[in-house]
Design a protein around this ligand. Structure first.
Ligand code: S3P
Length: 431
């Protein structure tokens, strides 16, 4: 689908409620499915990725019902018993979702049945060695196509390991913790910088024997007990609106119910460093996660900054829209230590640089990041390719709002992966 975006000449005002967090929604369904008992999950994501996880656990025999569009009732004995159909053969589709494939592998590797995980074209190109290697050290038996999906998993009894990971990745960490939850002995995972810790928080909330300290986390075999879960709004979705508010002249609006877990809120620190007018209101805690409302106002004098090291896992998914923000800030914005951006739904370094260059952004690609030089009056007037990547599609939409000439975005329908409500919320602010 080709989407046209015109310059936004009127200020954006009002308030919006940001929909459910994708990372927390995945975990709510996965962990409730392997917990014993009944629970209600409120504010579940409407994104396609989280529905891939939900359908997968239904096929694994878990009783999951929708009470309304966003509320789930989950009942499990804590044991997965795959539904047998003549067609299924324990083959489960993860769609486009890397989180589904990587986390579920940790659960399936320790079952008493075999399974196969498949993905769409994009997911089948994403690296899976990062989970296959540590799972194999735990005794798992997984075959792949040169480190890519489909993954064929022979269920086995696993044993705990101590694993110093070279990558700061919440997906790898969560996979190993979920394997460790049902393995013999203790499992310790250490990462170079702390990645999002939703798994640690939620497993603890459900009664797991888990202890985090600095960049390390240790889990011992334990049973989970189901508890109701309220899911906070997604800061990665809010990020598009934070940038819109800062760069569209005269804007002043409130983004409500945004998850502010410190391992996810790097965008707030970066915007503050860049001189952005942003304020956190009404801070509170929901099901173990920090939440608040964000007031954002147009800021004339944004300045570039350097984003590196421990910053990166705290804003990894926000880097494409930060590149757009940087084009409207004076001076250089340098992003380093973010080489794993090349392994997301697209190569988010080269695709971003190629497409933003088309509309006049001064962006240079680096091996592990990019450099944007601002401030630039964007000419627009180009067709941009989203490479089937939801976050690129929405970042380009935001850029289009400050382009002189209309742009068109190819593949805009991919926003359904994480944020189907994106355009509807945008129109609420432009009434
Ligand atoms: C996620 C972790 C991050 C992030 C992804 C969601 C998660 O991936 O980019 O969108 O929910 O654990 P990595 O662990 O590969 O960095």
């Amino acid at each position: 689908m080709l989407k046209s975006v015109k310059k936004q000449t009127m200020p954006l005002k009002g308030e919006i409620v940001i929909p459910s967090d994708k990372s927390v929604s995945h975990r709510a369904v996965m962990f409730s499915s392997i917990a014993n008992g009944n629970c209600i999950v409120r504010n579940f994501s409407s994104g396609a990725d989280c529905h891939s996880t939900l359908n997968l656990f239904k096929a694994l025999g878990v009783d999951i019902q929708f009470l309304d569009e966003k509320t789930l009732k989950i009942h499990s004995s804590g044991k997965l018993i795959p539904k047998k159909t003549i067609y299924s053969n324990n083959i489960y589709s993860c769609g486009n979702s890397g989180t589904t494939m990587r986390l579920v592998s940790g659960i399936l590797a320790r079952q008493n049945f075999d399974s196969v995980l498949t993905g769409d074209e994009s997911l089948s190109k994403r690296p899976m060695k990062r989970i296959i290697e540590p799972l194999t050290l735990m005794g798992a038996e997984i075959s792949s196509v040169n480190g890519h999906a489909p993954l064929s998993i022979k269920g086995r009894k696993l044993h705990g390991i101590t694993y110093p990971s070279k990558l700061a990745s919440a997906q790898v960490k969560s996979c190993i913790l979920l394997a460790g939850l049902g393995a013999d002995g203790e499992t310790t995972f250490t990462e170079p910088s702390l990645s999002r810790n939703h798994t640690e928080l939620m497993l603890e909330y459900l009664g797991a024997d888990i202890k985090a300290e600095g960049n390390s986390v240790t889990i011992r075999p334990s049973e989970l007990t189901a508890r109701d879960i309220d899911i906070v709004g997604d800061i990665s979705s809010a990020a598009f609106f934070i940038v819109v508010g800062l760069i569209v002249k005269g804007s002043d609006f409130v983004i409500k119910n945004v998850g502010l877990n410190p391992t996810r809120s790097g965008i707030i620190d970066v915007v503050t460093r860049m001189g952005g007018d942003i304020e956190i209101l009404n801070k509170r805690t929901v099901s173990g996660e920090d939440v608040g409302d964000i007031r954002v106002r147009y800021t004339e004098n944004l300045r570039g900054c350097t984003i590196e090291g421990d910053d990166i896992p705290r804003l990894i998914d926000e880097l494409p829209v930060i590149a757009v923000l940087a084009s409207q800030a004076d001076g250089e914005t340098i992003v380093k230590d973010a080489g794993d951006l090349r392994n997301k739904e697209s190569d988010r370094i080269s695709c971003l640089a190629k497409e933003l260059t088309k509309i006049g952004v001064d962006i240079k690609e680096a091996e592990d990041g990019f450099i944007v030089n601002g401030k630039t009056k964007l000419q627009g007037g180009a067709e941009m390719e989203s490479y089937h990547d939801h976050r690129l599609a929405m970042s380009f939409y935001v850029a289009g709002l400050v382009c002189e000439k209309e742009i068109a975005i190819n593949g805009f329908e991919w926003t359904k992966i994480s944020f189907p409500e994106f355009e509807e919320l945008f129109s609420k602010l432009s009434l």
